[in-house]
Design a protein around this ligand. Structure first.
Ligand code: F6P
Length: 328
C-alpha cells in the first residue's frame, strides 16, 4: 500500500508522535509512506516531505525523535480550496497521479468533514486519527493534544492563583475549546477554580453574582473563574463587563491563555495515545477499514464513521458536580 499521512486544522501536541507511529508501523509491513505537508492544502499543491535521502517516501529514520516534540513537523493548515468542488476534483487527480492508495489525516472535526467528502468520491481508503486539543470528538476517550493542553493551562492557572491570592482579586481565565468545555472543565477541577463557564451549560450572571457574594461572606478572598472560549457569555472579557455591571463583590481581571495551550512538549499520555492511534490507523487500513476515525475507549480500538464523530461529546457530569462542592 502507498499511504499518505498529514496533519490538518489546529496543531496539537502529539501529532508528531502519531506521524512517527504511522511511518514506523507502515514501514515494518513494507508499505510506502508519503508525508504530506500543510494538510489538504499541501496535498493540493503536491507539497510532500522530502527526506534526507532526497526521496518523498518517508523512512524510519526520517521520524527519529519526533515523538517528544510539540507542533507539527509536517505543518498544518485549514484549506478553503479543498472545500470547493474544483479543489476536491484536483485532489482526486493528485492522489491518482502519485498512486496513493490510502490516507491517514490527523486532525479534528473540520479535518474529518473533509475526509467524509473524500471518501464519497475516491476509491482509496481513509482512516483518521483524532488530533485536537479540544477533545470534542465522539469515539475516543481523549484526542491527541488534550492532556498536554490541560497540563499547560493548569500550570498557568496555578501561577495566576499566586497573584490572585496576593492581591485578593478575582481572575477570569479564558481557555480554548471552540465548541467544547473539556479543557475548561478539566483545568478548573485540577487547578481548584471556584467557578467554570462552559458552552455545554447556560449560566446566568445574576446567579453567578449571588454565588460570588456567598463566597465573599465565607471569607474567600481570591476567586478563579475558568471560562471556555466557546461559552455563550462571549469569553472572559465580556463576562467581566457583565459581572461589573451586576455588582460583582471582587475586583476583577481577565487573562486569555490563547495559543500557548497548543504548543509545548507532549505529555507522556499524549505520546502514548498518539503512538497507539498511529499504529491502529495502519492496522485498520490493512484490515480494509475506511471512512472512519480510530479512537481509544478504555484502551480498546474503536472505529467511528467520520460523520458520527462531531457534535455529540458530553462532559463527565461527575466533574461538573465536583466544581460546586470543591468551591466551598
Ligand atoms: O481546534 C483547536 C483550536 O485550538 C480551538 O480550541 C480554537 O478555537 C481554534 O483551534 C483556534 O484556531 P486558529 O488558531 O486556527 O485560529
Amino acid at each position: 500500500m502507498r499511504i499518505g499521512v498529514f496533519c490538518s486544522g489546529g496543531d496539537a501536541p502529539g501529532m508528531n508522535a502519531c506521524v512517527r507511529a504511522v511511518v514506523r508501523t507502515a514501514r515494518a509491513s513494507r508499505h510506502d509512506v508519503i508525508g504530506i505537508r500543510r494538510g489538504y492544502q499541501g496535498l493540493l499543491e503536491e507539497d510532500f516531505h522530502i527526506g534526507t535521502d532526497g526521496s518523498p517516501l518517508m523512512t524510519q529514520r526520517d521520524v527519529s525523535g519526533w515523538g517528544r516534540h510539540g507542533g507539527a513537523f509536517l505543518r498544518s493548515s485549514r484549506s478553503e480550496e479543498f472545500r470547493s468542488a474544483a479543489g476536491q476534483q484536483k485532489t482526486l487527480d493528485i492522489l491518482e497521479k502519485h498512486n496513493i492508495d490510502a490516507l491517514i489525516p490527523i486532525g479534528g472535526d473540520g479535518t474529518f468533514r473533509g475526509a467524509t467528502d473524500l471518501v464519497r468520491q475516491w476509491d482509496g481508503m481513509v482512516i483518521g486519527c483524532p488530533g485536537t486539543i479540544d477533545n470534542d470528538l465522539v469515539g475516543t476517550d481523549c484526542t491527541i493534544g488534550f492532556s498536554t493542553a490541560v497540563q499547560t493551562a493548569v500550570e498557568a492557572v496555578d501561577k495566576i492563583r499566586d497573584t490572585a491570592e496576593s492581591h485578593e482579586r478575582m481572575f477570569l481565565i479564558e481557555v480554548m475549546g471552540r465548541h467544547s468545555g473539556y479543557i475548561a472543565l478539566f483545568t478548573a477541577v485540577a487547578a481548584g477554580a471556584e467557578v467554570v463557564c462552559l458552552p455545554e451549560s447556560v449560566g446566568s450572571i445574576a446567579v453567578l453574582v449571588d454565588q460570588l457574594n456567598v463566597m465573599k461572606n465565607r471569607q474567600k478572598d481570591s476567586i478563579l473563574l475558568v471560562v471556555s472560549e466557546g461559552d455563550e457569555g462571549g469569553g472572559a472579557e465580556k463576562i467581566q463587563q457583565q459581572l461589573e455591571s451586576a455588582g460583582c463583590p471582587f475586583p476583577m481581571q481577565s487573562v486569555i491563555l490563547g495559543h500557548l495551550q497548543r504548543g509545548g512538549t507532549p505529555s507522556p499520555e499524549d505520546r502514548i495515545l498518539a503512538s497507539q492511534l498511529g499504529y491502529w490507523a495502519v492496522v485498520s487500513l490493512e484490515e480494509g477499514h475506511t471512512g472512519a476515525m480510530v479512537g481509544s475507549i478504555a484502551g480498546q480500538r474503536v472505529l467511528t464513521p467520520f460523520a458520527q464523530t462531531s457534535g455529540g461529546k458530553t462532559l463527565p457530569p461527575s466533574l461538573m458536580e465536583l466544581i460546586g462542592v470543591m468551591a466551598h
